[in-house]
Design a protein around this ligand. Structure first.
Ligand code: SF4
Length: 282
């Protein structure tokens, strides 16, 4: 039986992108191939908040004790190895049982499953079929993978997901691709992978979602969109304000909405910030 290293498992409202407002179970997988230490920082500088928290790791026994950060990746504990002991390794049986217990009626109705991270398309592609084949997961109809768009889909995973969708009418798979611009601190060549992203379209509905703070970020997003479109990407484009805490988010959400209108792109909010202060488990 395959095991999954689960950072967080919780029930909330999807705050971003296509399914904004939809009641959703979030399965946050451990591990990421990036660090995104540049978010919320002047270009070329990296956030040190995560380092400060890691130096006090013994104070934190569970995710909800961890501080929120104003800069860098806001889900840092889901990939930084120093926090790995907060994320248990669970069998697919126990994950399926825990998911169903979180649902308001203890069975799937119209809820949506979000598989997020970290980067959920790292090695975990091998483990998802066993989880999705669990009898408790059979009524599920909608899944979103929240990915950074840099990981190729394996042939086995593509074949499985296509079959999962075809097996039952109304099933949908979505890839919410938050490709990382230079404001994340990640190098362009590692983060902007048009051919990888275009391949997601062979399995499900795919859209791009860029985190934006400034006009310079918007120019980077336009350059990235050109590259994605040239490779054959045909999904919608969302832009979303930077800000894992309200003080940062509320500084630029309106500006980002105006930028989206100007470009004819979609605006994505981060509803978890004003509604739940982006606390762990929301
Ligand atoms: S890709 Fe996402 S999870 Fe990974 S470091 Fe960047 S923001 Fe965090």
């Amino acid at each position: 039986m395959s095991k999954l290293k689960v950072s967080e498992l919780f029930y909330s409202i999807q705050g971003e992108g296509r399914y904004m407002g939809v009641p959703s179970v979030f399965l946050r997988m451990f591990g990421c191939n990036f660090t995104c230490s540049g978010f919320g920082m002047p270009r070329g500088q990296v956030s040190l908040e995560r380092e400060e928290i890691a130096n006090r790791i013994s104070e934190f026994k569970q995710y909800k004790d961890l501080p929120l950060v104003h800069s860098g990746c806001d889900s840092y504990a889901s990939w930084d190895p120093r926090f790995k002991d907060l994320s248990p390794l669970l069998t697919s049986d126990s994950v399926a049982e825990a998911i169903v217990k979180l649902l308001p009626h203890n069975e799937w109705q119209n809820e949506h499953l979000v598989i997020t991270g970290g980067e959920p398309l790292l090695g975990w592609q091998r483990a998802y079929p066993e989880l999705l084949d669990h009898p408790l997961m059979e009524p599920l109809t909608e899944i979103t993978f929240e990915t950074n768009g840099s990981m190729r889909l394996s042939q086995e995973f593509k074949t499985y997901m296509k079959k999962w969708k075809a097996d039952k009418q109304g099933r949908e798979i979505t890839f919410s691709i938050s490709a990382k611009l230079p404001n994340s601190g990640e190098p362009w060549e590692d983060a902007i992978k048009p051919q990888v992203v275009v391949d997601y379209q062979s399995v499900g509905y795919a859209y791009l979602k860029f985190v934006i703070a400034t006009e310079e970020d918007l120019e980077d997003a336009k350059r990235a969109v050109k590259e994605f479109k040239k490779a054959g990407f045909r999904g919608p484009i969302y832009i979303m304000p930077v800000g894992g805490v309200e003080s940062v988010y509320s500084l630029n959400n309106k500006n980002v909405a105006l930028m989206a209108m100007k470009e004819g792109w979609r605006y994505s909010d981060r509803l978890q910030v004003p509604l739940f202060k982006n606390e762990w488990g929301t």
